[in-house]
Design a protein around this ligand. Structure first.
Ligand code: SF4
Ligand code: SF4
Length: 68
């Protein structure tokens, strides 16, 4: 299974990764905020990840790492 690592505290909350995930398994945290005071991207269902790495490619700040 691919492993997706999100550096929550580096996330600026732009939501681009959420918009490109073909499996719709990324979302922005609702109540929780990171050290920047931003809602951050989080994984909802790791088992459905296909390891396409679209999320990692889209992230402007290289916050997401995908290992296949
Ligand atoms: S690797 Fe692909 S399927 Fe997995 S979370 Fe990222 S965009 Fe979604
Ligand atoms: S694309 Fe990067 S900075 Fe934007 S919400 Fe996703 S992880 Fe955060």
């Amino acid at each position: 299974m691919p492993k997706v690592t999100i550096d929550s505290n580096a996330c600026k909350g732009c939501g681009l990764c959420v918009s490109v995930c073909p499996k719709k398994i990324l979302r922005m945290s609702e109540e929780k905020m990171n050290k920047k005071g931003m809602h951050y991207a989080e994984m909802t269902d790791e088992e459905k990840c296909i390891g396409c790495a679209f999320c990692a490619m889209m992230c402007p700040d290289c916050v997401i790492r995908v290992e296949r």
